[in-house]
Write a protein that binds this ligand. Structure first.
Ligand code: SME
Length: 152
C-alpha cells in the first residue's frame, strides 16, 4: 500500500531540521504529487484568523490566482469554518467552489489542528473523477498531524 510506504518518508521530511518549515512543507507536497498519480495539485493554506482569510503556503502544481481565500468561500474556505474533511468527488456538482484549473475533476481538503485550533489545511486537486477514498482521508489526517507538530 503506497500510503504505508509514504508515512515514514513524511516523518523523515518533518524531522529534517536542516530545512526551514516551508521547505519541509514543500517537500511533503512534492512527495505526495510525485508518488500518487491522482494527486495533481498539492498545497497548504494557512488561516489568518483576524482577517478570516486563508493564505496559500507551499504547493506543487500549476500556479493559482487564489493565494488568498476568504473563510466560507470555496471548498477550502468552507473547511476553515467546518473543521471537517471535505471530499469532493465531482467539483462540477459544487455550488460553492473556486476553480483553479479546468482540468480539475475532484478535490479533498483536510484541516490541520494545532492545540485543537484549525490553523490551516492540506488541499489536493485531482484530474481524475471520484478518486478519493477513506484511505486518502486517514493518510492525509496522518500527514496533517505530523505537520501540526512541525508548527507547534
Ligand atoms: N478549489 C479550491 C480553491 C483552491 S485551488 O484548488 C488551488 C476551493 O474551492 O476552495
Amino acid at each position: 500500500m503506497i500510503f504505508e510506504q509514504l508515512k515514514p518518508q513524511i516523518e523523515n521530511i518533518v524531522s529534517n531540521s536542516n530545512k526551514t518549515v516551508d521547505e519541509r512543507l514543500f517537500d511533503i507536497c512534492e512527495l505526495l504529487e510525485s508518488h500518487i498519480d491522482y494527486y495533481n495539485w498539492v498545497g497548504f493554506y494557512f488561516a489568518n484568523s483576524d482577517k478570516k482569510e486563508l493564505h496559500l503556503g507551499p504547493y506543487v502544481g500549476e500556479p493559482t490566482d487564489h493565494t488568498v481565500i476568504p473563510f466560507g468561500k470555496g471548498i477550502c474556505g468552507q473547511v476553515a469554518i467546518s473543521n471537517e474533511n471535505f471530499v469532493v468527488p465531482d467539483v462540477a456538482a459544487q455550488d460553492n467552489y473556486i476553480a483553479c484549473s479546468i482540468t480539475v475533476k475532484a478535490e479533498i481538503v483536510v484541516p490541520i489542528f494545532v492545540n485543537d485550533e484549525n490553523i490551516g489545511q492540506i488541499d489536493i486537486d485531482s484530474n481524475t473523477a471520484n478518486p478519493f477514498t477513506e484511505a486518502d482521508e486517514r493518510f492525509l489526517e496522518f500527514v496533517c498531524a505530523k505537520v501540526a507538530k512541525l508548527l507547534l
